[in-house]
Unconditional design. Structure first.
Length: 133
């Protein structure tokens, strides 16, 4: 599995995501979760096509992300076809669901308490370790 650097800078990505008909295809690796591009796409209320292991991700998320799952070229083409037959209103509604999900599952109100708890647990673990030395 290789890594590919960003094709565009942040300003360009945001400009692209501001367009009304954008569909983003990202992360076609069965082991990958949502990367920065995928999350930014969802936060922007745009349609994301990506590999998504519903069973695996159900351990992390209480509800599945509103995205179109695909893991190979054929499935990507099928999902792109599905997008082309959606009306603009359907695309907008899909994007709004994606944005609400991203805010609920990855917004500051969700993430920061988890980060603080994780850091507090790490600090407590360190104190316990230091006490045994």
């Amino acid at each position: 599995c290789g890594s590919v650097g960003p094709m565009y800078g942040r300003t360009t990505v945001r400009a692209i995501l501001s367009l009304p008909n954008v569909v983003v295809a990202d992360q076609f690796n069965s082991l990958a979760g949502l990367g920065f591009t995928g999350l930014e796409t969802l936060f922007s209320g745009r349609i994301l096509i990506t590999s998504w292991d519903r069973a695996g991700h159900s351990r992390v998320y209480s509800e599945p992300a509103p995205l179109l799952a695909a893991s190979n070229a054929h499935e990507i083409a099928v999902q792109l076809r599905e997008v082309t037959i959606m009306s603009m209103e359907e695309r907008q509604a899909f994007g709004q669901r994606a944005r609400r999900w991203a805010i609920r599952c990855h917004g500051q109100q969700t993430i920061m308490p988890q980060v603080v708890a994780m850091l507090e647990n790490a600090q407590a673990d360190r104190r316990r370790y230091d006490a045994t030395r």
